[in-house]
Design a protein around this ligand. Structure first.
Ligand code: HEM
Length: 197
């Protein structure tokens, strides 16, 4: 057990092994399982999409509900642990989680039969729910890469910035993050409504 839980890499490997066992138990048609069966590829893409979405939105909620509200209670001399170590790490997984969610979401839509992707993006009546969700999530991903990340780079000192530039970066970064948190609630409903509504 120690070998698994003392290293995050080994923990993930153990999780993937467990996933393979779950798949083997659930899918009796074992040959199809590892073949190019379209339904199974769709399911695998859906799984990848949910995993990356959890990575992204989990960290968004961590930032909004845990890290940012905790900052005032942390003595100034200890804040460097957050700003120099934890936050840059969080923002790495956060922005690549967002990118992976967009890519897997668009692939998932493109792999669905018919003109699913186009219908969804055009908000056709049959795909209005998922279409609204996709547009909301695309706006959120835009915010991550083009508002939150460039401003956070200045705030955290990852790029050269004057004190004025750092101060000016705080508001757009916070508001875009709060905006995404607000959108995430309705967006998740839209993700589920297409198949389960
Ligand atoms: C631009 C970004 C996104 C795109 C293009 C996208 C696209 C899709 C598509 C096409 C589906 C399948 C809907 C269906 O036919 O059942 C879906 C489902 C789903 N998505 Fe997204 N999505 C995006 C962002 C997100 C985010 C940020 C999350 C956060 C966790 C998320 C979580 C989910 C979940 C949980 C499902 C439901 C799967 C199911 O019920 O079977 N998606 N998404």
């Amino acid at each position: 057990m120690g070998a698994i839980f003392t290293s995050p890499r080994n923990t993930v490997i153990a999780g993937v092994v467990l996933l393979i066992i779950i798949i083997a138990v659930l899918h009796t048609t074992g040959v199809k399982m590892f073949g190019l069966d379209h339904n199974w590829s769709l399911l695998a893409m859906r799984w990848l999409h949910i995993v990356s979405g959890v990575m992204w939105i989990g960290l968004l909620w961590y930032l909004n509900f845990v890290q940012v509200p905790s900052m005032p209670s942390i003595p100034a001399e200890n804040r460097g642990a957050i700003t120099k170590v934890i936050a840059p790490n969080v923002l790495f997984y956060f922005r690549y989680g967002a990118l992976a969610t967009v890519i897997t979401g668009l692939l998932l839509a493109a792999m669905n039969p018919g003109n699913y992707l186009v219908n969804a993006l055009m908000l056709a009546p049959s795909h209005r729910g998922i279409g609204i969700g996709m547009w909301m999530a695309l706006i959120m991903a835009f915010n991550v890469w083009f508002i939150i990340w460039p401003n956070q780079k200045k705030i955290l000192g990852l790029v050269p910035a004057t004190d004025e530039q750092k101060a000016a970066a705080a508001k757009p970064a916070l508001y875009a993050s709060r905006f995404n948190t607000m959108f995430s609630i309705g967006m998740l409903y839209c993700m589920a409504v297409q198949s389960h509504g």
